[in-house]
Ligand binder design. Structure first.
Ligand code: DQA
Length: 147
């Protein structure tokens, strides 16, 4: 696919999980909106969710084989812990946009540091599920400019 959207742990619980923080949409809702939007602009988009760090690393590595042009990633709790996923993104050298539903900077101090933000092309946080759409718009623009 042209664009790969990766969701980290517990994001499969969206809609059920702390809706006051994360919103009422399910992950399926978000993924199907993004897929439709990409298709309407002539791009292909894949989505992937895992609760396991190693599976997320492996999926990033696969993106290299698939010649994915852009990654949109919400590493969820791994944002604050994972050198391994960071290293995977650096190893494939695919540009990525980091998305968080909540404004992590308004929350606990342990959410203020990200292992991804200094390497991300952009970081979007605090805009709920809309953040993924803004990221997709940006990726779409970058891909069309590169053509
Ligand atoms: C999150 C923020 C993280 O701190 C948290 O662990 C998540 C979701 C967000 O989208 O707001 O699981 O990435």
């Amino acid at each position: 696919a042209d664009i790969l959207v990766i969701h980290g742990p517990n994001l499969n619980m969206l809609g059920v999980r702390e809706p006051g923080i994360y919103g009422s949409k399910t992950l399926d809702d978000i993924n199907s909106e993004l897929t439709h939007k990409a298709t309407s602009t002539g791009l292909t988009l894949d989505t992937f969710q895992s609760n396991t760090e190693g599976e997320l690393v492996t999926r990033v590595q696969q993106a290299f084989q698939e010649s994915v042009k852009y990654i949109i990633i919400n590493p969820a709790a791994y944002t604050h812990t994972s050198v391994a996923i960071r290293d995977a993104l650096l190893s494939v050298q695919i540009p990525f946009i980091e998305v968080h539903l909540s404004n992590v900077h308004q929350r606990e101090a342990f959410r203020h540091h990200s292992y991804f933000s200094d390497k991300a092309q952009a970081v979007i946080c605090g805009l709920g599920a809309d953040g993924y759409h803004y990221a997709l718009d940006a990726a779409t623009k970058k891909i069309s400019q590169a053509k």
